[in-house]
Design a protein around this ligand. Structure first.
Ligand code: ADP
Ligand code: MG
Length: 242
C-alpha cells in the first residue's frame, strides 16, 4: 500500500532520510519509533508530499507520490493524515469540519455530507457533538474529530504523526481507543508514536529510526524483548525509565 524505494531526503546539507526502503502492506499497522530528530515526521510527511524527496520513489497504492504531474491538493485530501496539533477550523462546527473536504473535493451534497459526518462522529464516540465548535471540545475530542475528518475521504490508509503527544494524559486513551478500532477494522496505518502499549497491542511491525535511517524493523514482541541494535535497546530503556 505504501512503498519507499531507496528514498533520500536532504534539508540543505542535512541528510534527513538515508536510503529508506520499506513497505506497509494493505491492512498492516506499522508503528514508527525512534529518538527525537531521527526523521520520523520527515518520513511520514513524504508520503502525502508535505516534504519533497531528492532521490528514490514512494508509491501510495499505484500512485507515484512525487510524480511531477500529480495534483498535490487532490492527492493530499485523499490520504488520511492526523497530526499532533488537531488543526480544526475554529469557526466551523465538528460536523462542518468533517463535511468540508467531501463537499469540496468529492462534490457530495450537503445532506449526504452531513449524514456521513454524523456517522463518523458516532464512530469516534462523539455522536452528540456534531454542532459543537472546536473551542467547546477537549483536546481528546478535537483529535477524534480530526480523525473523523480524515476518514470522511475514505482514505486507503491513515497516517498519524504523534497524535497523542499534545494531549493531557487522561485523554490519550480515548484517542488510542479510536485508533485501535480502526486497526481492528483492517485500516492500513502508519503511526509515529511513543505509545509502546499501543505498539505492542496493535502493531504488526515496528520500524525503529535513528539518524535518518530505519535501523531495525520487527514484530513488536521481538522488538521489545530482543531489539537487535544497541541504539534501539538504549532507546527502549530510556523510554521505560520515564
Ligand atoms: P522526528 O520527527 O523523528 O523528531 P524530524 O523528521 O522532525 O524528526 O526531523 C529530523 C531532522 O531533520 C532533525 O534533525 C530536524 O532538525 C531536521 N529538520 C526537520 N525539518 C526541517 C526543516 N524544515 N528544515 C531543516 N531541517 C529540518
Ligand atoms: Mg516528529
Amino acid at each position: 500500500m505504501i512503498r519507499f524505494e531507496a528514498v533520500d531526503k536532504w534539508y540543505g546539507d542535512y541528510h534527513a532520510l538515508q536510503s529508506i526502503t520499506a513497505e506497509v502492506a494493505q491492512g498492516e499497522v506499522v508503528v514508527v519509533c525512534g529518538p527525537s530528530g531521527s526523521g520520523k515526521s520527515t518520513l511520514i510527511r513524504t508520503v502525502n508530499r508535505l516534504e519533497e524527496i531528492q532521490k528514490g520513489r514512494i508509491l501510495f497504492g499505484e500512485q507515484d507520490v512525487h510524480a511531477r504531474a500529480l495534483d498535490i491538493n487532490a492527492f493530499r485530501s485523499r490520504v488520511g493524515f492526523v497530526f499532533q496539533s488537531f488543526n480544526l477550523f475554529p469557526h466551523l462546527s465538528a460536523a462542518q469540519n468533517i463535511m468540508l473536504a467531501p463537499m469540496n473535493v468529492l462534490k457530495l451534497g450537503r445532506a449526504r455530507a452531513r449524514e456521513k459526518a454524523e456517522q463518523l462522529l458516532a464512530r469516534v464516540g462523539l455522536a452528540s457533538k456534531a454542532d459543537a465548535y472546536p473551542g467547546q471540545l477537549s483536546g481528546g475530542q478535537q483529535q477524534r474529530v480530526a480523525i473523523a475528518r480524515a476518514l470522511a475521504m475514505d482514505p486507503p490508509a491513515m497516517l498519524f504523526d504523534e497524535p497523542t503527544s499534545a494531549l493531557d494524559p487522561e485523554m490519550v486513551g480515548e484517542v488510542l481507543q479510536v485508533m485501535k478500532s480502526l486497526a481492528r477494522e483492517g485500516m492500513t496505518m502508519m503511526c509515529v508514536t511513543h505509545e509502546m502499549g499501543f505498539a505492542r497491542e496493535v502493531a504488526d511491525r515496528v520500524w525503529f529510526m535513528d539518524q535518518g535511517r530505519i535501523v531495525e524493523t520487527g514484530a513488536p514482541g521481538d522488538f521489545f524483548e530482543r531489539a537487535q541494535s544497541e541504539r534501539a535497546r538504549r532507546f527502549l530503556s530510556e523510554l521505560r525509565a520515564h
